[in-house]
Design a protein around this ligand. Structure first.
Ligand code: FMN
Length: 340
């Protein structure tokens, strides 16, 4: 008999000295995985963990959580929230991790996956995969600094060779990582080619710590296929979580909703963004959300361009109401043109 996706996702998973109740997590996403969006996802529930946007390790020790744009959270989300840090200096990363532990986050995640030019130029994110000794040193220094779960998120590397990814996985495990999130793309590939899921299986076989597979999971069938074909312990969802914030509740708890959920959740997010950020920041974040959200509709480009043109949140909400007055035509898989 074919296993049910929810049965697999609802098996608890030990991560370091802690445990998560569900194996489906939201991947870190700069700008998108902000405090307001996470509040929306928490209203639906159904996830094992949420990851923050990447936060600069340099700034974390001095950051004021109530004024910071990125390093901010609600106490109600902390027990399932992992803070992702970005940096190139092992001691700076360790200091940041220590503050994150003191603030009582569930865990710390090290970003070795971001391949944006501006980030790699500072030798951060995926650039560090070019210097495996430094990458391992960062993990071991952070390990020494904290006892909460330590995650590492990374890509294949700069050459398309699964042996590099496997070698790095072993080094991260030896350096004290408690879990890996592996996004099987080479660093220069900004999601233009399909993720190489077969590499996830190789990484999983190489280490004893849990491995979360990540990349191109668009529906429940994809999720089940990734789990079954790679043997990974859990799945991290990025863009689809933005398009459908109720996805975790749907896949793990059988949450059912009608098509009114789209307008309802977009309006709820607009309200939450307005509550957490001043108007220009809230609108910029809503516009970014608009790309991913629009990918679910047959005439999503109309909605998307209207949201992008909005000068105020009120205008954006008016466009939303207008768009949803018409009969809704959704697509089962997202239009990837919006997802780049
Ligand atoms: C807009 C955007 C921002 C992202 N920001 C981060 C980030 O801050 N840290 C990180 O490790 N990965 C980041 N990612 C990568 C995602 O975590 C994930 O690896 C990628 O989107 C593939 O997963 P998916 O196919 O489920 O979207 C980002 C992706 C997107 C689309």
């Amino acid at each position: 008999m074919k296993p049910e996706l929810a049965d697999i996702l609802n098996q608890p998973l030990a991560v370091g000295n802690a445990s998560i109740a569900k194996r489906l997590v939201m991947a870190p996403m700069a700008f998108l995985g902000n405090i307001a969006f996470r509040e929306l996802v928490q209203q639906f529930g159904g996830y094992g963990l949420l990851f923050t946007e990447m936060c600069s390790a340099k700034r974390i020790p001095q950051e004021n959580r109530y004024r910071s744009t990125y390093f901010r959270w609600r106490d109600a989300e902390l027990s399932q929230l992992v803070c992702q840090i970005l940096g190139a200096d092992p001691l700076t990363m360790a200091l940041a991790a220590r503050r994150i532990e003191a603030e009582q986050f569930f865990g710390v995640d090290i970003n070795f996956g971001c391949s944006k030019v501006s980030i790699c130029r500072q030798n951060c994110g995926a650039a560090i995969l070019n210097t495996p000794d430094l990458a391992a040193k960062i993990v071991s220094e952070v390990r020494k600094a904290i006892s909460i779960p330590l995650f590492v998120k990374y890509r294949i590397g700069w050459q398309d060779d699964p042996r590099t990814a496997v070698d790095m996985a072993r080094r991260f495990e030896d350096a004290g990582a408690d879990a890996l999130t592996f996004h099987p793309r080479v660093a220069p590939d900004r999601r233009s080619r399909p993720a190489k899921w077969e590499y996830i299986g190789k990484v999983k076989q190489a280490v004893a710590i849990p491995v979360f597979g990540n990349g191109d999971v668009f529906d429940q069938a994809d999720c089940l296929k990734m789990l079954m074909t790679t043997g990974c312990d859990g799945v991290a969802i990025g863009r689809m979580a933005i398009a459908r914030p109720w996805l975790f509740a749907e896949w793990t708890e059988g949450y059912r909703c009608g098509s009114e959920i789209y307008l309802d959740s977009a309006l709820r997010l607009a309200g939450l963004l307005e509550a957490h950020f001043e108007a220009p920041r809230a609108l910029r974040r809503f516009k970014k959300f608009g790309f991913y959200f629009s990918a679910s509709f047959k005439f999503g480009h109309t909605l998307c361009s209207a949201i992008q043109k909005a000068e105020t949140m009120t205008e954006a909400k008016e466009f939303l109401h207008q768009f949803f007055e018409r009969p809704l035509e959704t697509v089962s898989r997202p239009n990837l043109n919006f997802f780049s």
